[in-house]
Design a protein around this ligand. Structure first.
Ligand code: HPA
Length: 278
């Protein structure tokens, strides 16, 4: 699905928004996107309503097994949130506009901030499997962009500024709460690739030289859509494997999910504590 006109986009977004509003009158202030192997945070939400993606008009449906595929509305850290349990990846064959669609819908429902998590490979030699990293910037290596096509000027500008995609105030609060809870948290740059292949040694070496600290297959499309609409953004990566070109071990999905499970409690603590602090 690609939107050919602004009118088509608005009609489809409004269908999705109206359907959700027919199911719940809950108004979320925060959109949470839970990455691969990171769905546990959803268990902490005092759930008001949950809606399967497949029920929502024009919503993509999740094809990856480790993703549940529903929106959860409820209270977390004292704040009204909607969580996407399961997200959409470019490698699944979705267009960038489809990946951004839930962010557009959440914005229309009232969300003004995006908290996004992901599983990634660590390129920075100081990072270890099971560590977490607060994202302070990104590199878009997807060779595509969710804003390509007609621009809805009511949502945001044709040429959005990208000088601070990750909100400095949220970075500062996250650093404070991590310190208070004695959680070791790195900070750095997330590089997004399409996948689904993992990288070669030569690619990891090249990405590190470009200035990336971690590499993953998600997050950037949703962040671009959120920034376009003027939303605040916080992103946390969990390092599921060490991608050091001179000591590279083969990885599989099981290993990635195990790495995510090691890091998940730290990530959950940081996100809840930031919400409590806001
Ligand atoms: N590369 C890309 N995506 C990933 C990786 C990786 O090494 N690990 C987990 N997601």
């Amino acid at each position: 699905m690609v939107f050919d006109t602004v009118a088509e986009f608005r009609a489809k977004r409004n269908d999705a928004v109206q359907f959700i509003q027919s199911q719940t009158d809950f108004i979320p202030d925060y959109l949470l996107i839970l990455g691969t192997g990171l769905g546990q945070l959803a268990d902490e939400i005092e759930t008001a309503t949950s809606i399967d993606y497949e029920e929502i008009p024009h919503f993509p449906t999740s094809t990856v097994e480790s993703h549940a595929g529903r929106l959860i509305f409820g209270v977390l850290g004292g704040k009204n949130v909607v969580a996407m349990q399961g997200r959409f990846h470019y490698y699944e064959g979705y267009t960038m506009q489809q990946i951004a669609f839930p962010v557009r819908v959440a914005r229309a429902l009232g969300a003004q901030s995006l908290f996004v998590s992901n599983a990634c490979g660590g390129l920075n030699p100081n990072f270890r499997r099971g560590d977490i990293m607060l994202i302070n910037d990104h590199i878009n290596f997807l060779a595509d962009n969710p804003l390509i096509g007609p621009n809805d000027d009511e949502l945001g500008p044709r040429f959005p500024d990208m000088s601070e995609p990750y909100t400095t105030r949220l970075v500062e609060i996250a650093e404070t709460v991590a310190l208070e809870h004695a959680i070791k948290m790195h900070q750095g740059v997330y590089l997004a690739v399409s996948g689904p292949t993992l990288e070669t040694k030569a690619e990891y070496r090249y990405m590190r030289r470009l200035g990336a600290d971690v590499v993953g297959m998600s997050t950037v499309p949703e962040v671009i859509a959120a920034v376009h609409m003027g939303m605040d953004v916080m992103g946390i990566s969990v390092i599921t494997d060490e991608c050091f070109p001179d000591a590279l071990e083969p990885v599989n999905m099981e290993h990635v999910l195990e790495g995510a499970a090691m890091a998940e409690p730290k990530m959950t603590r940081v996100i809840i504590s930031v919400l409590e602090r806001l």
